[in-house]
Design a binder for this molecule. Structure first.
Ligand code: SF4
Ligand code: SF4
Ligand code: SF4
Length: 178
């Protein structure tokens, strides 16, 4: 999926996401799917960039030390497995885990409906139908079914207010509006 056309440049820095969502930075960057646990990944990854070059969606960028980081603002991970196939050092290794990752989508307070404006772009982009808008108020608010969410990131780049982020936490609740 193409980028949202956001005026803001791509920024995979987790500290900025944390700032936007009013929480502390995640311990590790978002690695490509099937990455080994971060400490093992850092030992195994040679920063060769093969996964970056192979990704057909162009959603992997080089982060600190040249190592790969998944940036959902650039598009959606389709879980095609090309990055894992390309990883010769096996820092990405499907045999180590069936789950590609534990990322889940979170919607923050910049969400338009939370501010009285109708929007459902994230729902329309979600390939898993994980986002619903129960009609409980004049402007329905988004609700994410974390059991359905694969953390693909399709909802991130389409959000006009950059209200959606991914978090590696295994279970999520939509943050309360301040
Ligand atoms: S699984 Fe496919 S789309 Fe997802 S990051 Fe890897 S190469 Fe890109
Ligand atoms: S696309 Fe963004 S602003 Fe629109 S409903 Fe989803 S999270 Fe809210
Ligand atoms: S990250 Fe989750 S909620 Fe967002 S589009 Fe993908 S499956 Fe749907």
């Amino acid at each position: 999926m193409a980028s949202s056309g956001s005026p803001n440049p791509p920024n995979p820095d987790p500290s900025r996401r944390a700032l936007l969502f009013g929480r502390r930075a995640a311990a590790a960057p978002m690695r490509p799917p099937w990455a080994l646990p971060e400490d093992v990944f850092l030992d195994a990854c040679t920063a060769c960039g093969a996964c970056v070059d192979r990704c057909p969606e162009r959603v992997i960028v080089r982060g600190a030390g040249g190592r790969p980081v998944f940036d959902p603002r650039l598009g959606e991970c389709t879980f095609c497995g090309e990055c894992e196939d390309a990883c010769t050092p096996r820092a990405l290794d499907r045999s180590a885990s069936e789950q590609p990752w534990t990322l889940k989508a979170l919607i923050g307070d910049r969400c338009l409906p939370r501010n009285g404006v109708v929007c459902s772009s994230c729902r329309d982009a979600c390939p898993e139908r994980a986002i619903a808008f129960p009609v409980t108020s004049r402007v329905p608010l988004p609700s994410i079914d974390s059991a359905r969410c694969t953390g693909c990131g399709a909802c991130v780049g389409v959000c006009p207010t950059q209200a959606v982020a991914l978090s590696p936490l295994a279970t999520q609740k939509v943050p309360e509006t301040a």
